[in-house]
Design a protein around this ligand. Structure first.
Ligand code: ADP
Ligand code: MG
Length: 231
């Protein structure tokens, strides 16, 4: 597997600023950030075989350097429970994507491990021209999109600051467990924030990074989508 610098220079060489999901996740994995595993299929038959190998249910996702927001073009189908659903989803995604953008270069369709749904959080980084890389944390979905309930710190952050970030969003009580729902693994989120901090400090060519969403469990967490944009 390619090193982080190798992944970045390959993208630059090809004139791409947006890393593919597979590349962004390889970078994350290198820094110890847990990500869903996936393999690339280039035909329906292969998708079915890979789904069998990974284990049902699976998720299918378009892999294209020209498509940044995959679900906006009907490029993501989740919770596929058997071979027939996988084959149908493969054809459907190809059709959806071609309808939206006939010119998109399609590398294939990722067959991905399905992360059980849980509380979703977001860890992000953005490079400020004045202060350098800053880290962001929030809960997923409406908390970020509608309520803008997020918090920022200039990188690098230490463990106590990462913990502070998590504690200061308004939605924090949801992570502590409520109405019988179990508490989320805060330490797992702290680890991801620290790893992200290290990543953006060591690679100042990262302009934006977005782990969205990360499923957080009672024990552990898993990043299901990762985006990295280079300068
Ligand atoms: P995009 O943000 O490019 O539209 P995502 O990869 O984030 O695409 O997929 C859209 C949504 O589908 C995610 O926000 C998540 O809710 C769900 N999803 C994607 N991949 C998985 C997965 N491996 N396991 C579980 N849910 C997933
Ligand atoms: Mg996403």
């Amino acid at each position: 597997m390619k090193s982080v610098s190798g992944i970045f220079s390959q993208a630059v060489k090809e004139g791409r600023k947006n890393l593919l999901e597979t590349e962004a996740k390889a970078v994350c994995r290198d820094y110890g950030i847990p990500v869903t595993k996936s393999e690339l299929a280039t035909n329906e038959q292969e998708a079915a075989r890979l789904a069998e190998k990974i284990g049902f249910p699976v998720v299918l996702k378009i892999l294209s350097p020209d498509i940044i927001h995959k679900s906006d073009v009907g490029g993501v189908m989740i919770n596929l429970k058997d071979e027939k659903e996988v084959r149908n989803a493969y054809q459907q995604i190809m059709k959806n994507v071609k309808n939206h953008n006939a010119k998109a270069k399609i590398l294939g369709i990722l067959v991905q491990e399905m992360a059980p749904s849980s509380t979703e959080v977001i860890v992000g980084a953005i490079k400020d021209p004045q202060f350098g890389p800053a880290l962001m944390f929030g809960l997923g979905g409406v908390f970020v999109e509608v309520l803008k309930d997020v918090t920022f710190r200039i990188a690098p952050v230490a463990a106590d600051e990462a913990r502070e970030m998590i504690g200061e969003v308004k939605a924090y009580p949801l992570l502590k467990g409520y109405r019988g729902s179990p508490p989320a693994d805060i330490d797992a989120i702290v680890k991801i924030i620290l790893a992200t901090s290290k990543l953006v400090m060591e690679h100042q060519e990262v302009k934006e990074l977005d782990l969205n969403p990360i499923m957080v469990y009672e024990k552990g967490a898993k990043t299901v989508d990762a985006r990295i944009i280079l300068e």
